[in-house]
Each structure stands twice: as structure tokens, then as C-alpha cells.
Design a protein around this ligand. Sequence first.
Ligand code: HEM
Length: 216
Amino acid sequence: MSLGVVDFLDERFEVRRVFREFAEHPVPAHVNWLYCFGGITFLCFMIQAVTGVLLAFYYQPTTANAYTSVLHIMDDIPFGWLLRSIHSWTANIMIIMVIFHMLRVFFHAAYRPPRELNWLTGVILFFVTVTFGFSGYLLPMNQLSYWATKVGTEIAGAMPLIGGYIQAFLLGGEKIADPTLTRFYAIHVVILPIVISALLVAHFFMIRKQGIADPL
Ligand code: HEM
């Protein structure tokens, strides 16, 4: 952005002051590379959001077309293979990074008061991240997707009392078919992105408000 545009916006909305308040925050002296995992997890999420939106331009969520639309992305779309590979690799890296982040927070005992609510928000964030992976796994509709989803939904179905309802909700019928794919797609591209965005806003707000925990 040219300086003229920044001056124009600054005169009207004080963008320089707002940016300084947002970005210029002292980092405590004890912070080291172990504290990077939360940020890397967030970077992974942003990569997933961008590559996911681009994949959605070509992906078709029906049992008849899903697999061929993925082949089309891989073989015909310029850099489609790269886009899909980045989305798939980053999904795995995000799960590894969120586990490292959680271990860092745990071993530094950063869940202690007053950060209990942020730990709880984090636990939900962890499940949301894993559910992103599980719901995305079915989408290519290949053999691996089918059997992983069959095992996953049957595990959910084995839960006492509510298992049957969860399984029926996920499958949208008796077995894996079009309604299942539609539901997994809706969960993957609509519900989870909304939920994770809200949780991240809360997570970052609490970190800003409470600061990074002191060392033990
Ligand atoms: C999408 C997932 C997540 C993202 C993007 C994320 C991001 C971050 C970032 C950037 C920080 C500040 C720097 C740092 O300590 O790394 C942080 C701090 C924190 N996170 Fe997460 N986080 C996620 C999941 C989790 C999980 C799974 C937990 C625990 C169950 C958790 C608990 C916390 C706590 C308690 C803090 C404060 C740490 C302190 O004050 O030292 N977060 N998070």
C-alpha cells in the first residue's frame, strides 16, 4: 500500500495507532522457540482456509463425482496437484503442531489460574482440529476414505446411550452414501470453519488479556 493511502486512512480511522496497539506488544524475556507451536498451528489453519476455498471451486460433493473431481484437480487444473498436496500435508502438520502446542502449555503448567478457560477453549480447539481431519478424509471418496469413515462412524456408534444417534446423524441413513458425503462436506467447509474462527477469537482475546504465563 502506498504511503498516500495509509495517510488517507490514518487521517480518518487512526489506522497507525490501531495497528500499533495490535502489533506492538512486548514479548516476555522467557519466551523461546517452544512458544512458536501455537502460532505455527494458526499459520497452518490459514493455509488450509486459502487452499480449501480454491479446492472447493472444483470439488463436487456427490458419490458419483467426488473421486473424478479430485482426479480432475490433480491432472487437469494448473497446479491443482500442488494445491491438494499442500492442503493434505498441512492438515497433518496442523494436527502435529497443535499436539506440540498442547504439550508445551501442559509442561509449562500454563493452564493454571487464571488461564483455565483458555485451556478449556484449547481442548475444544483440539477436537475441532481432529474433526476437520476426520471429515476431510471422506471427501475424496476413495477406498481409504470409505473404510476410515466406516470405522470412525462405527466407533461413534459404539458409544453408550447417544452412540446410535451420533452415527445416524453422521451417516444420514443406514450406510455411507450421498447424504453422508453432503453432511461431511457441510461440517468440513461450513460448520467447523465458523466454530474454529469463533474459538480462535476467544483464544487470542484471552492470551492478549492475560499475557503469556510466567515460567514455573
Ligand atoms: C487451532 C488450535 C490452536 C491455535 C491456533 C492456538 C494458538 C495459540 C497461540 C498463538 C498462543 C500464544 C503463543 C503460544 O503459547 O504458543 C496460544 C497460547 C495458549 N494456548 Fe493455544 N492454540 C490452539 C490450541 C490449543 C490447545 C489444544 C490448547 C490446550 C488444550 C491450548 C491452550 C493454550 C493456553 C493455555 C495458552 C496460554 C499459554 C501461556 O500463557 O503460556 N491452545 N495458543
